[in-house]
Design a protein around this ligand. Structure first.
Ligand SMILES: NC(=O)c1ccc[n+]([C@@H]2O[C@H](COP(=O)([O-])OP(=O)(O)OC[C@H]3O[C@@H](n4cnc5c(N)ncnc54)[C@H](OP(=O)(O)O)[C@@H]3O)[C@@H](O)[C@H]2O)c1
Length: 246
C-alpha cells in the first residue's frame, strides 16, 4: 500500500490511549513521523512508542498536560525541533466529567474548558508558526455539540460546541494560507472514557447500527482529512456516529 503521508510530520495531543492512540498508529502506518502527548499514562505511551517503532515508524512521546498552556506550546516546539517541520496537528486530548447543572463543580467546569477548549486554541496558535501551505488541523469534537441525548452532559457538550465554532472560525482565518481546519464528531466510541457496561448498554440501542464505534474507525476519518485527497475540505464538522444522531 502507498504510504500517503510519507515525509509528513504530525502531532497528536492525547495519544497514549483510545482514539488518540489509534490516530497515532494510523498516521504512522500511513508514513508520517508522529509525536504525541500524554498527561498521565506514561506506561501506555511508552508501549505505543515501542509498538510503532517495531513496525518501522517514527514516533515521539511527550509528557504535556493540555491544561497547561506552556506545556502545550513546548510540545509543539519539541515536535518541530525533532522532525524539522509540522504538517498535521490533531487536537484529540479531551476529558469527560459528568454532572447535572445543579451539582456541577466550578473546578470541573474550568478543568474541562482548559483541556477541551483552551488547549485547542493554544496548540493551533503555536502550530501555525511552523505550518505552510497544505497544513492540516483536525480536532476531535463530538456529536454532543449538536445532540446531547441524555442528562448530565451539558458542560462537556458546551466544550465540544466551542470546538465546532473554533473549527469554522480557524478555517476562515487560515484558508488564505492553504491550511485546512476540520473537526471529526464521533458518537459513542468504545474507549476508557465510557468503560462502564451499564452506560454502554444504555447507548447501544440509540445507535442505528446497534453498536458503538471503534477507535480505529475514527482514526480512519482523521487520516483521510490529514491526507492529500482532503485538500478542499475545510471548516467541516464530520459526524462519525453509527447513526446515533440519524
Ligand atoms: N469515546 C467516545 O465515545 C468519544 C465520543 C466523542 C468524542 N470523543 C472525544 O475523543 C477524544 C479522545 O477520547 P477517548 O474516548 O479516546 O478518551 P480516553 O480513552 O479517555 O483517552 C483520552 C486521551 O487523552 C489524554 N488526555 C486526557 N487528559 C489529558 C490532558 N490533560 N493532557 C494531555 N492528554 C490528556 C489521555 O492521556 P493520559 O491518560 O495520559 O491522560 C488519553 O490519551 C476526546 O476529545 C473525547 O472528548 C470521544
Amino acid at each position: 500500500m502507498t504510504k500517503i503521508l510519507l515525509g509528513k510530520v504530525a502531532l497528536v495531543t492525547g495519544g497514549s490511549r483510545g482514539i488518540g492512540a489509534a490516530i497515532v498508529r494510523r498516521l504512522a502506518a500511513d508514513g508520517a513521523a508522529v509525536a504525541f502527548t500524554f498527561a498521565a499514562s506514561e506506561e501506555r505511551a511508552l508501549a505505543l512508542v515501542a509498538e510503532v517503532e517495531a513496525l518501522g515508524g517514527k514516533v515521539l512521546a511527550i509528557k504535556a498536560d493540555s491544561g497547561d498552556a506552556e506545556a502545550v506550546r513546548r510540545a509543539v516546539a519539541r515536535t518541530a525541533g525533532a522532525f524539522g517541520v509540522l504538517d498535521i496537528l490533531v487536537n484529540n486530548a479531551g476529558i469527560l466529567i459528568h454532572g447535572k447543572v445543579d451539582e456541577f463543580a466550578l473546578e470541573d467546569f474550568d478543568r474541562m474548558v482548559d483541556v477541551n477548549v483552551r488547549a485547542v486554541f493554544v496548540a493551533v496558535q503555536a502550530a501555525i508558526k511552523h505550518m505552510t501551505t497544505g497544513g492540516r488541523i483536525i480536532t476531535t469534537g463530538s456529536v454532543v455539540a449538536d445532540y446531547t441525548g441524555f442528562p448530565g452532559a451539558s458542560i462537556y457538550s458546551m466544550t465540544k460546541g466551542a470546538v465546532s465554532a473554533m473549527t469554522r472560525g480557524f478555517a476562515r482565518d487560515l484558508g488564505p494560507r492553504g491550511i485546512t481546519v476540520n473537526a471529526v464528531q464521533p458518537g459513542p466510541t468504545e474507549t476508557d472514557i465510557n468503560d462502564i457496561e451499564s452506560q454502554r448498554a444504555m447507548l447501544r440501542p440509540m445507535m442505528a447500527l446497534g453498536r458503538m464505534g471503534k477507535d480505529w474507525e475514527v482514526a480512519s476519518l482523521v487520516a483521510y482529512l490529514a491526507g492529500p485527497q482532503a485538500g478542499f475540505i475545510t471548516g467541516s464538522l464530520l459526524t462519525i456516529d453509527g447513526g446515533y444522531t440519524a
